[in-house]
Design a protein around this ligand. Sequence first.
Ligand SMILES: NC(=O)c1ccc[n+]([C@@H]2O[C@H](COP(=O)([O-])OP(=O)(O)OC[C@H]3O[C@@H](n4cnc5c(N)ncnc54)[C@H](OP(=O)(O)O)[C@@H]3O)[C@@H](O)[C@H]2O)c1
Length: 237
Amino acid sequence: MIIIGATSGIGEELARQAIHNGYMVGGTGRRTNRLQDLQEELGDSFFYAKMDVSLFDEAKSILQSLIDEMGGMDIIVLNAGISNHPAASITAMEQKVIDVNVSGFVQLFGEAFQYFRKQGHGQIVGISSIAGLFGSSRAAPYSASKAFISTYMQAYRQRCNRIKEDITVTDIVAGFIKSEMTEGKKGLFWVAETEKAVNQILTSIEKKKTVAYITRRWRLIAWLIHLIPDRVIDRLW
Ligand SMILES: NC(=O)c1ccc[n+]([C@@H]2O[C@H](COP(=O)([O-])OP(=O)(O)OC[C@H]3O[C@@H](n4cnc5c(N)ncnc54)[C@H](OP(=O)(O)O)[C@@H]3O)[C@@H](O)[C@H]2O)c1
């Protein structure tokens, strides 16, 4: 299993739990010291490579090298994401979120998809969000980026079915989970412990689910959001 964005939060805990379940894991991120610490903790089953997903060509070639070093790949978890970024202007900040959450995602998704097509099987997991189910004035590019990846993964599931590829595409629709991203943020509720949420994510991956709400109770919220008229949503956040 290769986890893109394994240096903190969900990705880091997923690396831990996957190794505990017997997987060989490759982790990436920009913070090399975190990757080194994880290897010290997890041992020889953990491989790592420094990667910035917004440097698209470099990221794809690093992914390929990591696959080679590990002797193959059956599952990739596209977990890297940001909700905001220090920048000189709002437009520059929004562009950065799109570079990481959308363009970085698409580039690595494409690389993995081609790899799995050649191999004949594989699983691509993306971490979207409940925030993708509606626009949020406090996080416009973030909520839009998560809507994009959910729709993108659905389209690829259709494509796999149409061309009869044995590639599973799993959309993890996450509610609030404890991590660096949610630390110190106000107004959050039902914030899940990282260990519990990641345990459910790993189970969903192993069951080859197509869409999984994490934690499970967020399925109810998703259902309710779909019932709320746009004119009400437009005034909520
Ligand atoms: N926590 C939640 O409540 C929640 C809810 C819904 C969805 N999610 C999604 O879950 C995913 C993981 O988030 P988290 O909550 O675990 O937050 P986190 O602790 O901030 O982890 C984010 C991960 O993404 C990596 N990353 C960020 N920018 C990157 C870049 N340019 N290149 C490569 N890696 C990059 C980070 O690594 P480096 O900084 O080392 O590069 C880190 O490993 C994100 O996609 C997030 O949108 C989280």
